[in-house]
Design a protein around this ligand. Structure first.
Ligand SMILES: [Zn+2]
Length: 194
């Protein structure tokens, strides 16, 4: 930690709030620079650039200065990012653009998202695109090429490869199979009714 930050902690300088957070290793608590709690021993202080970083290292927010107040818990943050992906799946969404929009580093976003959702933001985007593609293939007669484009994958062979990897069959095969299944279902229900 540099002298500037240490001075801010000692003087409880509120102008540094949001610029950094500090944890006290002996208590496992993290604070805003302006916190009025007792000045810790310098050697025990650890500086964080954001609250998430402190939380990731298992520090708990101070009850007095509430350094997590106004900041979203990771679950909420990730849920917002996931719904943004679901809304903008057809656009060229990147990890960097999401990180910028949601005020976090790409690295932190990647890690936190994966920890909570189980897949990376990029994989989540692909899953969302393929899920929408499946809907379009079953509910519309749009050519496969148009479906690919509509879900944000302009390259048809790229789309087919992704689709195959996730669904286990090509888009065309998927559509044929589905139409076949619907026809079968209709046949059966007619039989049952009669
Ligand atoms: Zn505090």
């Amino acid at each position: 930690m540099n002298d500037e930050y240490w001075q801010a902690i000692v003087l409880c300088d509120a102008s540094y709030d949001g610029k950094f957070y500090y944890g006290v290793m002996t208590t496992g608590i993290y604070c805003r620079p302006s916190c009025k709690s007792r000045v810790p021993t310098r050697a025990n202080v650890k500086v964080f650039r954001n609250a998430e970083q402190a939380i990731e290292e298992s520090f708990r927010p101070c009850k007095r200065c509430k350094p997590d107040g106004g900041r979203l818990p990771s679950e909420e943050w990730v849920a917002q990012i996931a719904s943004e992906i679901e809304k903008r799946y057809a656009e060229p969404v990147t990890l960097t653009s999401l990180a910028e929009q949601f005020h976090g580093s790409p690295y932190h976003l990647q890690r936190t998202f994966k920890r909570i959702v189980g897949v990376s933001p990029t994989d989540y985007l692909i899953r969302t695109r393929i899920a929408r593609a499946k809907e379009m293939l079953s509910e519309t007669d749009m050519p496969v090429m148009d479906v690919a484009f509509a879900v944000g994958i302009a390259n048809l062979s790229h789309f087919s490869t992704r689709f195959l990897a996730q669904v286990g069959m090509t888009p065309t095969h998927y559509r044929k199979k589905l139409k076949g299944a619907i026809a079968d279902d209709n046949g059966q229900s007619t039989e049952e009714e009669s």
